[in-house]
Ligand binder design. Structure first.
Ligand SMILES: NC(=O)c1ccc[n+]([C@@H]2O[C@H](COP(=O)([O-])OP(=O)(O)OC[C@H]3O[C@@H](n4cnc5c(N)ncnc54)[C@H](O)[C@@H]3O)[C@@H](O)[C@H]2O)c1
Length: 314
């Protein structure tokens, strides 16, 4: 994007949001980051961003945001994002993921049509539910399987309604599993590598027999910028990674990099309820705009493990 733009980003201290904010600041844009700073927020990223005059942080729950900052684009990353937490207690998921989206849509539609920011909402492959073979297209029905994906699907539905009823201009971007530098250590890669580096086995649900599709977070950032620059209004874009693999094989790769023998690399634990066997997205709509995933899982994984930092999120 050649011209300087003003962005409001929500959840910009979370894993994907902070990589997006970092790119925007590097490219000379202005960023207002609305982030309530929950357990997954990266305080070290906050310190780096605060050095930019073009950055400001509003510490607020998006579901209670009192006003929409002046901006050209509104990017909604803010969410409770961990499935296990949603199974334990879904209340915060309903508030942040569903009511938070409702609040943002209301703030956008309250503005005069010509003064509204373009609303870009970050969603997930999990809203479609599992698929044994093939890949979901953007026209497929939503079949979420757990409270996290149910609240994400519900938010997507709200957006359709605000688009049709109030003419709010939106894009929904549904992405597969992201990996990259400095992810909160509740997710598979940082949790497993952190445990192995501490001499503990990784913990695997369901015998590790779940397939996930991995998308590098910088490829996600490229995908979002592609949608902003070239996407059609009121259109959904799927973003699939270029690497599908069983969870047990991810953990084996981590063990090989760290040098942990297979018999000490993992422990099989009780299955999660509502677990989906496989997700897969058809991203041909986005690829037609010129986006392709660029990063290679096997090249990136050692760098990510090398950068594992236990204290970052404490
Ligand atoms: N991580 C993935 O693999 C993945 C894949 C597909 C889609 N997504 C979606 O991408 C988005 C970002 O995911 P992530 O992994 O970066 O999440 P994350 O949990 O790492 O970060 C979420 C951030 O949002 C903030 N936040 C949470 N609730 C908030 C609220 N009510 N108001 C303001 N701020 C709030 C948190 O403080 C945190 O900084 C989410 O919407 C998620 O559903 C993630």
């Amino acid at each position: 994007m050649a011209e300087t733009r003003i962005f409001t980003v929500t959840g910009g201290l979370g894993f994907i949001g902070k990589h997006f904010v970092q790119r925007l600041l590097a490219d000379g844009h202005y960023v207002t980051n609305v982030d309530l700073v929950n357990y997954a927020a990266d305080r070290r990223a906050a310190a780096v961003f605060n050095d930019f005059d073009r950055y400001r942080h509003i510490q607020s729950d998006i579901s209670e945001l009192p006003y929409m900052p002046e901006c050209d684009y509104l990017l909604n990353f803010a969410a409770e994002s961990h499935v296990d937490n949603s199974i334990a207690d879904s209340r915060r998921f309903c508030i942040s993921n569903f009511m938070g989206t409702q609040r943002l849509m209301e703030l956008v539609r309250a503005k005069a049509p010509d003064d509204r920011p373009r609303f870009v909402h970050i969603s997930t492959d999990e809203v479609y539910g599992e698929i044994a073979d093939g890949a979901h297209t953007e026209n497929d029905m939503l079949h979420p399987s757990n409270p996290y994906s149910a609240t994400k699907a519900a938010a997507d539905m709200l957006i359709y309604g605000w688009g049709r009823t109030y003419g709010v201009n939106y894009n929904i971007i549904r992405m597969s599993n992201n990996y990259g530098m400095h992810q909160y250590p509740e997710k598979l890669i940082p949790k497993s590598s952190g445990r192995m580096l501490r001499g503990l086995p990784a913990l695997l649900h369901g015998q590790g027999r779940y397939y996930r599709n991995w998308l590098h977070v910088e490829d996600s950032v490229d995908a979002i910028l592609t949608v902003i620059e070239k996407g059609q209004p009121n259109t959904i874009y799927n973003v699939n990674g270029n690497y599908e693999i069983l969870n047990i094989d991810v953990v084996r790769k981590i063990a090989a990099i760290i040098g942990v023998p297979e018999d000490r690399a993992y422990k099989l634990v009780d299955d999660r309820v509502g677990q989906d066997i496989r997700y897969s997205l058809d991203s041909s709509r986005l690829q037609a705009l010129g986006w392709e995933p660029q990063r290679n899982f096997d090249t990136e994984l050692p760098k990510i493990i090398e950068a594992t930092d236990y204290h970052r999120f404490i």
